[in-house]
Design a protein around this ligand. Structure first.
Ligand code: SF4
Length: 697
């Protein structure tokens, strides 16, 4: 027995001696596998279905490894919310099973922490006055200073949910601040977290932060980083890492980007004014900075507003540049590629890049010019602000560069009323991830759905990840007993239309709404309805009538707030799109009815999808089989996984897309779900299956 496994085994024994704990052999099996990978320093992939307890099976070996070998392990999950869950729930339990603990840290982007200076100084003018006292009290007791901690605190004090909406953006750490010169710096949530993350043996974070760290290293040739050196990376919800990586590298040059850029510069100018107040403020410097920023804002806005394209472009836009260039010759881009429009894009991107560079140079020069009129402290404060400003703007500069001249990927333009937006997205992330992440250190990728058709190849290939070992654990729950699957008879629901205005769409939505309504009545609410698009969700919502059942709909509040209401109001129904297909957890009575309205194929006519098809065809691959179908199989597995979250959960899953019965790929999709589940094709028989559950007191 290795000494690492000995330590983990001892931790399991302590856990198993606790009352109410049921030993899970697969959890131990997974932990043993993770120990082996850590000891060998090798990369691996694990599929651990819901119920295995994979967080603990990864945390225990990671803690033991950090303690025994003095190594640093970064554990990342998809969202900040999930990372906070790790931090509050899983990590404390794991640490309590060891006699000694390594240093631990929660590390996320700056906007995930509250700024004590804003709260204590009452600087958030748009915060409701009745919250001011609570905020002051919270800031003096908060441990991490993160949003979920604040919400919990306010809820305990009976603050209504609607007061919390939009609050965070007024008190979050700004994009630039006085940092070391701030009076609250020694206890600042954000800088303390950064500092702890540099030293900690175990760092909990989210995928966006891991990727931001990789991008900072790339932009600075390794001179700077957010996470410092670490020895092993564990990615939970690894199936979402593709999406996270695409989001980190994609870019939209639109009015939101322009306003964010300007707001950032204005924030810098305000901060300069702030740090220079006091006796004999150097007004000349403050005014010069304000003028430079005002000029920058005007010119950047002009540059963006001058970007214009022909009014007859299709709604989904057209590709203007592809890399490699040979993709332009491929069939999917025929008639949807307008390289003549790219000059506008590159011209605008170049103009904004120039403005960014000029502003930084001019601000630095202005600081030099006024140096003689500043105290050392004032000079250092402004220089610190400029340094932070530089970091943020380097990222914008790089994004604009990729949009104008992609080394790999597609740039396109699309209408964005009342103007336009120019976008960039990479087509293949494997090489970038291999160079920027996997080649630096070993990693373990884990998820409940990391295989397609029983194999790890798809995600390994797309992520450019080389696994030296893989482990696929069996299902823990008894799906045959705990759930039933409803697939309506062929003809009961028409095939889904390609879009909301297509012929037959109205009849389809009405039929879909009727079926969803009937299903919801069977379980008196308690249903999660997952749609493939917002348009479809709204169309069904307009047509559905449910007396006495509250329907919560994505978009009517924050995802976290809707999720909480759905869990608390047992008989409510939740209509959701993408964010609820994956990672959403509602165990128990509140979710006994899962409805997947259609197979969530991506719209095939967007410039991105066309370029992606071209990319696969250029490699003599069928885009449908190489990309579209595996992605859909994975999403259907994730969606289906929302139903049974615990050993005592039960319920029905309905897939209302007739293509699961009529198409060959429909059978393949079903083969990726738990096997042996009883299938019904009519509601009365389904109601009979449900009766023992719904009739019980
Ligand atoms: S150091 Fe910056 S983020 Fe921290 S409290 Fe001060 S101003 Fe806010």
């Amino acid at each position: 027995m290795s000494s690492l496994w000995e330590a983990v085994d001892a931790a399991f024994q302590r856990l198993e001696s606790r009352p109410d704990f049921e030993p899970r052999p697969v959890q131990r099996q997974m932990a043993q596998f993770v120990c082996e990978q850590l000891e060998r320093g090798q990369s691996a992939m694990v599929e651990a279905p819901t119920g295995v307890g994979k967080s603990l099976a990864a945390l225990l070996p990671a803690i033991a490894y950090s303690l025994q070998h003095r190594k640093r392990v970064v554990i990342s999950t998809y969202t900040a919310m999930l990372a906070e869950q790790y931090w509050r729930k899983d990590l404390p339990l794991a640490l309590s099973l060891f006699p000694t603990a390594p240093e631990v840290a929660l590390a996320m982007g700056r906007s995930r922490y509250a700024c004590a200076d804003i709260i204590r100084g009452n600087k958030a003018s748009r915060v409701r006055p009745e919250l001011a006292n609570s905020l002051q009290q919270w800031v003096s007791v908060a441990q991490e200073g993160v949003e979920s901690e604040l919400h919990e605190f306010l809820r305990r004090r009976g603050v209504p949910e609607r007061f919390m909406r939009g609050l965070w953006e007024h008190i979050a750490v700004p994009s630039a601040c006085r940092a070391r010169l701030c009076p609250y710096y020694p206890t600042c949530f954000y800088y303390q977290a950064r500092e702890r993350a540099r030293r900690a043996g175990i760092v909990i974070t989210n995928h966006a932060f891991v990727l931001a760290d990789a991008m900072v290293r790339q932009a600075t040739d390794g001179a700077a980083s957010l996470l410092d050196d670490y020895d092993y990376l564990i990615l939970d919800e690894a199936h979402d890492f593709l999406d996270a990586a695409a989001s980190a590298l994609e870019f939209d040059l639109d009015s939101k980007f322009i306003e964010r850029l300007i707001a950032h510069a204005v924030n810098l100018s305000n901060q300069v004014g702030d740090v220079l107040t006091g006796e004999n403020p150097p007004l000349g410097l403050i005014q010069s900075v304000q003028q430079l920023v005002a000029g920058f804002a005007g010119r950047v806005r002009d540059a963006y507003e001058q970007m214009a394209f022909p009014g007859d472009l299709p709604k989904e836009g057209v590709a203007t540049r592809v890399a490699p260039e040979t993709l332009a010759q491929m069939r999917p881009l025929h008639g949807a590629f307008r390289p003549d429009l790219h000059e506008q894009v590159s011209h605008t991107a170049a103009a904004i890049r120039k403005e960014i560079g000029d502003l930084y140079r001019e601000l630095s020069q202005t600081l030099k010019d006024f140096k003689g009129q500043l105290t050392d402290a004032q000079h250092d404060a402004v220089r610190e602000l400029l340094l932070q400003f530089r970091g943020e703007f380097v990222m914008a500069y790089e994004h604009l560069g990729r949009l104008a001249e992609p080394a790999e990927g597609v740039s396109w333009v699309e209408p964005d009323a009342p103007r336009w937006k120019a976008c960039y997205e990479p087509l293949a992330l494997g090489e970038w991830l291999h160079t920027r992440l996997w080649s630096d250190r070993p990693a373990l990728l884990m998820s409940a759905t990391l295989t397609i058709d029983g194999r790890f190849d798809f995600f390994a290939g797309q992520l450019g990840f080389e696994a030296h070992a893989t482990l696929q654990l069996p299902y823990v729950f008894d799906y045959r007993r705990q759930c039933a699957l409803y697939l309506p008879r062929v003809g009961a629901i028409p095939p889904p239309p390609p879009h909301a205005r297509a012929p037959g769409a109205d009849a389809y939505y009405q039929r879909l709404a009727d079926e969803i309504g009937a299903l919801i009545r069977l379980t008196h609410g308690r249903a999660l309805v997952l749609f493939a698009s917002v348009a479809e969700m709204r169309a069904v919502r307009e047509r559905i009538q449910l007396d006495g059942v509250r329907i919560l709909m994505q978009g009517d509040g924050s995802v976290a707030d809707l999720a909480r209401q759905f869990r608390e109001e047992v008989h409510s129904v939740l209509f959701g799109v993408r964010s609820f297909w994956t990672g959403f957890d509602a165990p128990g009575e509140t979710l006994v009815n899962l409805i997947l309205t259609r197979i969530p194929f991506e719209v095939p006519t967007t410039p991105l999808q066309r370029a992606r098809q071209a990319w696969f065809e250029a490699q003599a691959l069928d885009p449908f089989r190489a990309w579209t179908l595996p992605m859909v199989k994975q999403q259907m597995r994730q969606g289906f996984g929302r139903l049974i979250r615990r050993a005592d959960d039960w319920g029905i899953a309905a897939i209302l897309d007739p293509r699961t019965r009529t198409k060959a790929y429909g059978r393949e999709i079903l083969n990726n779900l738990p096997q042996g589940v009883r299938i019904f094709d009519a509601l009365p028989a389904l109601a009979d299956w449900l009766r023992p559950y719904t009739d019980s007191p």
